[in-house]
Design a protein around this ligand. Structure first.
Ligand SMILES: C[S@@+](CC[C@H](N)C(=O)[O-])C[C@H]1O[C@@H](n2cnc3c(N)ncnc32)[C@H](O)[C@@H]1O
Length: 271
C-alpha cells in the first residue's frame, strides 16, 4: 500500500487536474535530459528500472524502447493513465515517495526526472530510492538549476514586465523548493544518503517547439494559475504572452520553431 501521510495533496491535485496540459507544455521541455539520465543509470536491455514521478511516462517510454523492464509510479492517477498509454509494456502504478510499495533491492536502477521538489523531503526521497536498488544499482535524478539558461527565463521576465505576482515559491528555483540548485550540492545530497561515487553534472539542450504552440501553451498554463499567485485575467494573460513572444524572437529558427536553451542538473550515485 502507498503511504500517503507525507504527501503534499495540493501539489498532487494540481498534477492530476492539469496532466494533459503538462504533456504539451512543461512535460515536453522536461524530455530534454531523458536519454542522458538513462545513459548515466546504465539502462539498457533487461535492466530493471524504476521511474518515480513518471508523469506522462516520458522516461518510462524511452527506457521500454531500450528493452528495459520498466516500473513507473506517480501519485496522480491521471498521470499514471498517460504513462500507461506512452509505455504500454511498463508496469505502471499509483504510488508516492517517500514510501514506495517495493521490497528492498529489487531494481537495478531508480530514476526520477524533475521529481525533486515535488515529492516531499529530499533526503527521505533519495534514501528511499537507495533502498529499492540492489547493491551495485544506480540512482539517477535530474533537477533544475539556480542558474537557468536563457530559454528558461522568458516567462519569468514576461511576468515581471507586466507586474504579475509570481508564485510565493518559484517552483523552478531548486533552492526555494528544498533541493540543491548546483552540482556540488546535488552530489552531496546523494552522497549523504549513502550512495557511492555520487556525482552531478550540468546537461544542456534546446527545447524545440513551434512558436504558436509555445504561446498557446503558455496562455493555457497562465489560465490555470499554475505559474502565478492568482490566475491573471484574460487581458493580462494576453499581455504576458505578448511579452514572452517578443522575448523569444532571438530563439526563432528559420523553420518557425523556437529553440529554447535549457540546462538542468543530472546527479548519479551507486549503491
Ligand atoms: C515535473 S513532473 C515530472 C514528470 C516526469 N518525470 C517527466 O519527466 O515529465 C513531477 C511529477 O512528480 C509527481 N509527484 C508529485 N508528488 C510526488 C510524490 N510524492 N512521489 C512521486 N512523484 C510525485 C507529479 O505527479 C508529477 O508527475
Amino acid at each position: 500500500m502507498t503511504d500517503t501521510r507525507q504527501l503534499d495533496h495540493r501539489d498532487v491535485d494540481l498534477w492530476e487536474e492539469h496532466a494533459a496540459l503538462y504533456v504539451r507544455t512543461l512535460g515536453a521541455a522536461c524530455a530534454g535530459p531523458v536519454a542522458a539520465l538513462l545513459d548515466a543509470a546504465q539502462v539498457g536491455p533487461g535492466t530493471r528500472v524504476l521511474d518515480v514521478g513518471t508523469g506522462p511516462g516520458t522516461v518510462a517510454a524511452v527506457a521500454a524502447d531500450r528493452g528495459a523492464a520498466v516500473t513507473a509510479v506517480d501519485p496522480s492517477p491521471a498521470m499514471v493513465r498517460l504513462a500507461h498509454e506512452a509505455a504500454p509494456r511498463a508496469r505502471t502504478l499509483v504510488a508516492a515517495l517517500p514510501r514506495l510499495p517495493f521490497p528492498d533491492a529489487c531494481f537495478d536502477a531508480a530514476v526520477g526526472n524533475f521529481v525533486l521538489g515535488h515529492a516531499g523531503p529530499t533526503q527521505a526521497v533519495v534514501a528511499e530510492l537507495r533502498r529499492v536498488v540492489r547493491p551495485g544499482g544506480r540512482v539517477g535524478l535530474t533537477g533544475w538549476t539556480d542558474a537557468p539558461a536563457a530559454g528558461q527565463t522568458l516567462v519569468g521576465r514576461a511576468l515581471h514586465a507586466v507586474g504579475a505576482p509570481r508564485l510565493p515559491t518559484d517552483r523552478l528555483r531548486p533552492s526555494q523548493s528544498g533541493y540543491p540548485g548546483d552540482a556540488a550540492g546535488m552530489a552531496r545530497l546523494l552522497g549523504s544518503a549513502g550512495l557511492r561515487q555520487a556525482g552531478c553534472r550540468v546537461v544542456a539542450w534546446d527545447h524545440r517547439v513551434g512558436a504558436a504552440a509555445w504561446s498557446e501553451g503558455l496562455a493555457r498554463l497562465l489560465g490555470t494559475g499554475l505559474l502565478t499567485a492568482t490566475a491573471p485575467d484574460p487581458a493580462t494573460v494576453d499581455r504576458i504572452v505578448g511579452h514572452a513572444a517578443a522575448l523569444s524572437t532571438p530563439f526563432l529558427s528559420p523553420d518557425g520553431d523556437l529553440r529554447l536553451p535549457h540546462v538542468a542538473l543530472l546527479a548519479l550515485g551507486w549503491r
